[in-house]
Write a protein that binds this ligand. Structure first.
Ligand code: PLP
Length: 451
């Protein structure tokens, strides 16, 4: 008979769902399966740590958001924000659902092309496009969103050397009541820069002005900020109609909707407090429908939602390496996934559950990763049941930004697996090997040998 593991006796006060002085209790049930596949099986087959993405969650989130907008506004188009997660398998799920591509660098632009996106359905944002990239995007008929005057002048110059007319919009930044205001990208609305840029475009006669763009920030907790943004873009569109009799094809409200993650320092979980898709859709749609546009004149509404569409579809599976006591008496658990894989640990309190049946006894725990660096802390305080070495934990809501901002630091990056809608697991990015890291290095002749 197997010897039972000793557990020290304890008394726990009976509580029923009331927040304590540390916020809500966190007695989450173990996560033994993801989309019908056992966590233990995934780790056995693909290793630990492991990134897991749920195709079903991605499609469900997309359809929910699309429905929230398309029931309220006649013409809606989503463009997948590549920098949020540009694994090709992920991009192609969004493209299959009908999303265009929203890219912010030449690398991402080429990636969208190689994924097979129609170049006319690529939106090219970002503050740092090269002349070569502008020429390519112009010749391809992509939508170029101008960020600053230097880019505007460069593009006017490019327009003189290619046969196509660049199809453009400008990025507008503005006060929407969200502070600090994101004013480093695009042209400011309040001080007249945006109107100035639009006049320069119209008078140049060299660019095809298609639309207006704004991206007011990220993880925006106020739906009303989007109503303000939509009204300000509509005002600029009206000025263009009045002065130039120019009708824009689209208004692009960018991304920035909050996912269900919980920001650090929040008292209540994000799943309870963050605005819903319907609230964002209602704010934007109403602002546009109630503006000056007459029937049939409403421009296409483009949305570049990133994190809110993919965060919940991502998990990191990780394994307990060790438990220890800190000098303060607090329990610490070391797991094999660190902040090099979970960049978002710096601003979210990620929900973390155990992956197997567990003890009733719970204790505040610091959860550390495997990096030999003091900042490698996944949660500084989380109430978790006792776990043993080799037990697994599941880190939730990790689908946004981690697979693009992860870094290779002292460990090789792990496999990424997608679970399809029939519960089949596919590797969508292979784990790295020595050659992934060392393959690009070169050793000068004089350093080739030593005794
Ligand atoms: C990052 C980014 C997005 C996506 O933002 P989320 O906050 O992830 O929704 C959309 N548009 C632009 C221009 C961006 O830079």
């Amino acid at each position: 008979m197997e010897k039972k593991i000793y557990e020290r006796p304890h008394i726990v006060r009976f509580e029923t769902g009331m927040p304590g002085k540390f916020g809500m209790r966190n007695d989450l049930p173990p996560t033994t399966h993801i989309d019908g596949v056992a966590v233990s099986e995934l780790v056995t087959r693909f290793g630990s740590p492991l990134f897991v993405l749920s195709e079903n969650s991605i499609r469900t989130a997309y359809r929910k958001l699309y429905k929230a907008f398309s029931t309220r506004y006649p013409k809606v188009q989503f463009a997948w924000s590549y920098k949020t997660n540009y694994l090709s398998a992920v991009c192609n799920i969004f493209h299959q659902e009908g999303s265009w591509a929203e890219v912010v660098s030449g690398f991402e632009y080429d990636k969208a092309i190689s994924n097979g996106v129609d170049p006319r359905k690529i939106i090219f944002n970002g503050p740092a496009k090269t002349r070569e990239e502008l020429v390519k995007a112009t010749e391809n008929g992509s939508l170029i969103h101008i960020d600053h005057l230097d880019e505007l002048y460069l593009l006017i110059d490019v327009a003189g050397s290619v046969s196509q007319k660049p199809r453009v919009a400008i990025r507008v930044n503005m006060d929407t009541g969200i502070y600090p205001m994101w004013d480093r990208f695009g042209f400011n609305y309040e001080n007249g820069q945006a109107w100035d840029a639009l006049n320069k475009i119209m008078h140049s006669g060299k660019l095809d002005l298609m639309g207006l763009h704004t991206h007011i920030g990220t993880f925006i907790m106020s739906a009303n900020a989007y109503a303000v943004a939509a009204s300000k873009l509509a005002d600029l569109a009206r000025s263009l109609q009045q002065k130039f009799n120019h009708h824009l094809k689209y208004l692009d409200l960018g991304g920035g909707f909050a996912s269900k993650n919980t920001l650090k320092g929040s008292y209540l979980p994000g799943s309870d407090t963050n605005p819903s898709f319907n609230e964002y859709a209602e704010a934007i749609s109403s602002a546009l429908i109630n503006s000056h546009f007459t029937q049939g004149e409403l421009p296409l509404l483009i949305l570049e939602t990133g994190r809110a569409l993919i965060d919940e579809a991502g998990y990191i599976l990780s394994t307990v390496i060790a438990n220890k006591r800190m000098s303060t008496g607090r329990r610490a658990t070391i797991i094999d996934a660190g902040v090099s894989l979970l960049f978002t640990a710096f601003w979210y309190q990620h929900q973390i559950t155990v992956a197997q049946g567990n003890s009733q006894y719970r204790e505040d725990t610091s959860l550390y990763g495997p990096l030999c660096m003091n900042i490698d802390c996944i949660r500084d305080s989380i109430n978790l049941p006792l776990m043993n070495v080799n037990d697994h934990v599941v880190i939730h809501n990790t689908g946004a930004y981690n697979l693009t901002q992860w870094m290779q630091f002292i460990h090789l990056r792990p496999n990424v697996v997608l679970i399809d809608e029939k519960s089949n697991a596919h590797i969508v990015r292979n784990k790295e090997d020595q050659d992934s890291v060392n393959g690009n290095e070169m050793i000068p002749e004089h350093l080739a040998k030593f005794e």
